[in-house]
Each structure stands twice: as C-alpha cells, then as structure tokens.
Design a protein around this ligand. Structure first.
Ligand SMILES: [Zn+2]
Length: 453
C-alpha cells in the first residue's frame, strides 16, 4: 500500500515538473542525415545565385542570425547545422531548406509588428527542418513511384541523389517540396510554439502574424501558399500555450525596433524585378513557366454556369460544354486532346449513398482506371472550399508533354465537394511537376473563388 501511495504521489507531482511538449507524427524518410545536409547546402548555394541575398555583414542579417541562433538552442531532437539568410525581396515569405538553411524575405521583417512575430516565423521554419517535412514528403512521392525494394536499396546509398533528378524531385527555390501540407503546418505551429516558449517569446504572436497575413490578402499569398492554414491556427497555438505553465514572455525588444527602422528604410525588390534581372521577359515575370504557355493574368474573370461559379485568369480559355464537364486552360495548355496545364471541373455520381470521403476514394479508383499511370501521393486531407467541406488529394501521373521522347511527370491536385443530392463536384488542377508550384498560387486563388450553386 505504501509503495502504491508513493507512486501516486510522484504521478501527481509529475505534471508540475515535466511540461507537456508537442509529440510529432512519424513517417519514413529515405534520406540519411548527411545526405539531407548535403542537399541543403547545394540548394542554399543555388538560392544564393537565383535570389538577392543580403550579405552576412548586413546589420539586418546579423540581427536575424543572432535571433535564429537563440531560438534553435531550444529546437528539440537532432541538431542540424542551421544557417539564416535574408533575401532582399519585398513580398512576405520565408522558407526552410532541408538540413538547416532558413531564408526570410526582408518584406517579412517589414511586415512583423514585434520581435516575437519574427521569432515565430523563424521557430516555425526551424520546426519544418527538425521534423524533416521536405524530405519526408519527397519520400512519400518516391514510395508512390518506386517499388519498395528499390527504394530500400537507395536508403543510405549515394544513388538517392541521382534518383532525385531522374524523378524530377528538387528542393530548390519554388519547388513543390517547399510547399507544406496542412498536417505539416499544424506540426510546425505546435513545435514552433514550444521553441518560442522555451526562448521566452510569446507564441501567440506567431499565430497573430499568420492571421494578419490572411487578413492582408494578396501581400501574404506566397507565404500562405507555402504555409497553408491547417484550420483554427490561432486556437491550436493557444491550446498548446495553455499546456505550458505561465511565465514571463517577451513581445518586443529595443533591438527589433531598431532593425525594423532599418528595414523600413530599404526598398527590397519585387518578385517581378528579381525575375526581370534574370532575363525573363516582362509580362511573364510573375510566373516564369518553362514550357510554352504564357503566365496567368493576375486579374480573374468569372465563369458562371448552372452548377457553379469560378474565377480564372483572364488570358485562359474555357473549353467544353459549360453545362457539363469544363476545362479551363491557357493557350498551349491542351495538347493532343489532353490537358497539360489547367483545370478540369466535372461531376461524379458515386455508386451508392457514400460520404464525401468514401466517394472521393471511389472517384480516384475510377480516374486511375482511365489513367493507369496515376498514383496518389500522401493521404487525402480535409479542406474547406469557400466554407464548404472538401477533400484534397495530390497525385502524380504522366504529362502529355514530351521532352525528347520522354513524357514529363505531371502533378494533379484533386479537390472534391459533395452536393446535398450526393453528387460529387470535383476539380483537377494539372501541370507538369516542374511547373506545378509556380501555378499553385493561381490554382489556390481559383479554388477560393469556387462556389457551387
Ligand atoms: Zn510552414
């Protein structure tokens, strides 16, 4: 009895000494730690060529490096060789390269109200590195494409780097793997909360910064495309904070105020100016597509038919009978009767009275029967489409576009919603893998404008 009582006493005392910390999910990673660091260094060097980084001697970069160094001391798990870079770019954005490099746009510092908000961005990006979200997402794609025994043979070997190129997987600027899933976002928010708390910054400022970007619309569009809201972002950060004992947390410092003044006096380049500087023709500058299609126009026009309404770039065209299946594509986007770039909107009658989830799986099975090369990547996710419940599933397939006699790899993003009568309305956003992330903000803008009638 006495022993039991003692154990109980210890158990009761435990919550006061052991603070709750976020426990991340796990999934396989085909990349060894050293490979990941090596890839990160290659990508960082490439980033340095493509984007205007401020020199390490710049007082703004020095400040970000000091702030970053203070935060990563509290990053849990394996220690990565973190480096911090400031890009002389106006749009609010930040991204984490696997293995350690973290890049922050100068516009993000201009947009932050206090040091805790900037610390929030850095803690969030640090968490993507700790959780290895980039290489784990790439692993999922490789698992979808390669037989397991081949993948197994690649793990830990040097063959993986060559294989990445063959499969069109890159972690470079604007690549698909810098775009995070909603689950990854939620994990980075929660781990970021813990890192901030341990460094004595108020984590609620991280959620506040994301909320502010959402309220700003276009200014934060790239940031929110790379770091989509997993849903109830503010609430889930607050819940995580509530698991931690109250203590003094910092919002702002005199150093931040000084650096913010420095940043506000600068005139960072826009994405457009950066691409012009690289010899991309003006007009194509917001999205440089490597194929033969023109960049989408930013201003949307509306297609409205009996079933739905959707906005689309004003230089894209509507194909098909607007009362049934509709394709919206740019000039050159439809090749050999197949869509290489654009979106297909159609409906699907599930066999029986199925939930949206089950009906979506049935639809995917049907789509795969007519496109044998089509594979799903990762699992489907719940999303909101203009306030209506939807499912989102990424797939890879074969593009109708060929380079030499080799067909390009294609990415297909399927989004489904369900009408009251059970019929599923679905959209498939399509582009070759190498161009998908450039078109993603346009696709997301279209999806946000989509309304069933
Ligand atoms: Zn993120």
């Amino acid at each position: 009895m006495k022993v039991a009582a003692l154990l109980l006493a210890i158990a009761l005392a435990a919550p006061q000494t052991v603070e709750a910390r976020f426990k991340p999910s796990t999934s396989s990673d085909a990349f060894a730690r050293d490979q990941e660091i090596q890839i990160g260094q290659q990508v960082a060097a490439e980033t340095n060529k493509k984007l205007p980084l401020l020199p390490d001697s710049d007082p703004i970069t020095k400040y970000v490096q000091q702030l970053g160094a203070k935060l990563v001391v509290h990053a849990p798990g394996e220690k990565w060789p973190y480096t911090f870079h400031v890009i002389n770019q106006k749009e609010t954005n930040a991204f984490a390269i696997p293995g350690g490099p973290i890049c922050i746009n100068l516009g993000t510092i201009q947009a932050a109200d206090n040091e805790a908000q900037l610390a929030g961005v850095i803690s969030h990006e640090t968490s993507h590195i700790v959780l290895r979200h980039g290489t784990r997402a790439a692993t999922k794609q490789m698992e979808a494409q390669l037989p397991l025994q081949i993948l197994g043979a690649l793990i830990g070997g040097s063959g993986i780097l060559a294989q990445l190129t063959l499969m069109g997987i890159s972690f470079g600027v604007g690549s698909y793997f810098l775009h995070n899933s909603r689950q990854s976002e939620n994990e980075a928010d929660l781990m970021g909360t813990d890192i901030m708390y341990d460094t004595e910054y108020d984590p609620r400022q991280m959620a506040e910064f994301f909320r502010k970007l959402e309220a700003q619309g276009n200014a934060g569009i790239q940031f929110l495309s790379d770091h989509p809201n997993p849903g109830n972002r503010v609430q889930s950060v607050n819940n995580e904070v509530a698991t931690l004992p109250p203590k003094h947390l910092v919002e702002n410092t005199p150093e931040f105020k000084r650096v913010k003044q420095l940043a506000m006096a600068r005139h960072p380049l826009t994405a457009e100016q950066i691409e012009e500087g690289q010899g991309v023709a003006p007009g194509q500058s917001t999205v440089a597509i490597s194929g033969s299609i023109p960049a989408p126009n930013g201003d949307l026009q509306t297609l409205s038919n009996i079933a739905f309404e959707i906005g689309y770039p004003s230089n894209w065209k509507v194909y098909g009978d607007p009362s049934s299946s509709v394709t919206i594509a740019p000039d050159g986007g439809v090749a050999q009767n197949a869509v290489a770039y654009g979106v297909i909107i159609d409906d699907f009658q599930p066999e029986t009275n199925l939930s949206l989830d089950a009906a979506t799986h049935q639809l995917i099975t049907n789509l795969r029967q007519s496109n044998p090369g089509l594979r799903t990547v990762g699992s489907d996710e719940s999303i909101r489409v203009n306030g209506v419940p939807g499912r989102s599933q990424e797939m890879i397939g074969t593009s109708p576009i060929k380079q030499g006699n080799q067909a390009l790899q294609e990415r297909d993003w399927l989004v489904t919603t369900q009408r009251a009568d059970g019929i599923v309305i679905y959209l498939v956003f399509i582009a070759p893998e190498k161009d998908f992330s450039k078109l993603r903000p346009t696709f997301e803008q279209m999806l946000r404008s989509f309304k069933e009638k």
